[in-house]
Design a protein around this ligand. Structure first.
Ligand SMILES: C[S@@+](CC[C@H](N)C(=O)[O-])C[C@H]1O[C@@H](n2cnc3c(N)ncnc32)[C@H](O)[C@@H]1O
Length: 267
């Protein structure tokens, strides 16, 4: 037996047991990870994760979703509107529930709703996150909800992919379904992102206030208009401020990456 073990490349019996111990520690870690995953409920399939996360990485998908939900809660605290005070919350552009699954834990008091143009993602989320009410929406059609339906709306990384024309439509539509006194949180690619553009592009963005940069990354996954868009803060204050009250503008407040603009509808 020992001869056979040594033949396998172990220089001693101790070496063999050290190897065995290493394997069992790794198996225990895998077990732990499986238990943690099971506690987080069903995971969306590979292709649905790629559509919202840009990669299939499951650990990253979970970690980013958790951070997004907690950063939204922090954004609300900064303007003295704690998450615990909201009753009807819409996750606009929820995809397969990357943020919604954590919002459920942070806002157990609320009725949660999710909406997205991605009917397959909405279908998966409806089946696997029964705590929320899901509905698919059209690219440029009014939502199926009545006016003033929600006291909190958040849109994580949704206005970061729209044309200006779609953005203007959806700002008005979100304003319609937001209750007077309610709050909407919209995340944007702000200065942190576009400071790396060429000086020419930076100048153009500063002048226009918003720029859509075509990218092949989403080709075949989303409609043709879906690219990456970038915003200048002055533009947001004016344009978003022509529809909502801009309560606050918080640079890189979401996942240390997106800006969060906090919008209100007067009571
Ligand atoms: C980068 S993903 C983010 C998904 C989700 N908010 C999250 O944080 O995991 C962008 C999502 O916005 C959705 N989307 C884009 N335009 C939309 C629109 N007009 N109405 C609803 N959803 C939209 C896309 O289908 C996609 O699921």
């Amino acid at each position: 037996m020992i001869d056979k073990m040594l033949g396998f490349g172990f220089r001693s019996v101790e070496g063999y047991f050290t190897w065995l111990k290493g394997i069992s520690v790794q198996l225990a870690m895998v077990d732990r990870a499986m238990i943690d995953l099971a506690q987080q409920g069903p995971m969306p399939p590979f292709h649905l994760r790629v559509r919202v996360h840009g990669s299939p990485d499951l650990a990253g998908f979970l970690a980013v979703g958790e951070r997004c939900a907690s950063d939204l809660a922090t954004a609300l605290e900064r303007v003295d509107r704690p998450l615990a005070a909201f009753a009807d919350i819409l996750d606009f552009g929820c995809g397969c529930g990357r943020t919604l699954r954590w919002m459920h834990q942070l806002a157990p008091q609320a009725r949660l709703y999710g909406s997205d143009i991605d009917a397959e993602a909405v279908d998966w989320t409806a089946k696997n996150m029964p705590f929320a009410m899901l509905a698919a929406n059209g690219e440029r059609d009014p939502l199926s909800y009545p006016a003033n339906a929600f006291d909190l709306i958040y849109a994580v990384s949704v206005f970061t992919h729209m044309t200006e024309e779609l953005q203007d439509f959806w700002l008005k539509e979100l304003h319609r379904v937001l209750r007077p006194g309610g709050v909407a949180l919209v995340t944007l690619h702000g200065y942190e992102h576009w400071q790396h553009f060429s000086p020419q592009d930076q100048k153009q963005l500063q002048e226009k206030g918003m720029m859509v940069v075509p990218t092949a990354m989403w080709y075949g996954l989303f409609p043709d208009w879906y690219h990456n868009s970038y915003h200048a803060q002055d533009y947001v204050m004016n344009k978003f401020g022509s529809i909502f009250n801009v309560i606050d503008y918080q640079p890189v407040a979401l996942d240390n990456n997106h800006d969060i603009v906090v919008l209100g509808k007067p009571a």
